[in-house]
Design a protein around this ligand. Sequence first.
Ligand SMILES: [Zn+2]
Length: 162
Amino acid sequence: MVSPKKFATDSNIFYIGIPYQSTFDYIYFITPEIYDEIKHIKKNIDALDLLLTLGKVRLIDASKDNISKVRKKEIEVGQKRLSLADCSVIALGLQLNIPILSTDFSLVNLAKHLCLKTEIPGKKNFTMRTTMKYCSICKLFFTNSMEFCKECGNLLVIRRKI
Ligand SMILES: [Zn+2]
């Protein structure tokens, strides 16, 4: 018996139909927030309920603790704030110690910063992005908590660090 491949799954994976087509050794864990997003796709609602009944899709709450770990990392990395649903996917990955399955680069990027395994259908090379504050006059990078340049007082902007 092959051990099942488990994923914390984003709604976009359901939009492209992957869980409805894959074999039974794949198990897709979702949060109630993600369920709310995907149940709006009317044509797939019966299929979704069937997958839930069969245990191929499993609904689990992400704990508040894990949600706040994700939010903390989000600030640390200096990334744009994710929706609660996106945030819950990463939190569930942490909670169950399983990879993240999503096509959303911001979500996957943050998950990588939390040392989670990630899978983006169709993408082979995915590199991590980090943003920092930057002074365009001095050409210097600062931490994300800084608002003004320490050298010249110029207002800092968010810039991707290569
Ligand atoms: Zn400066």
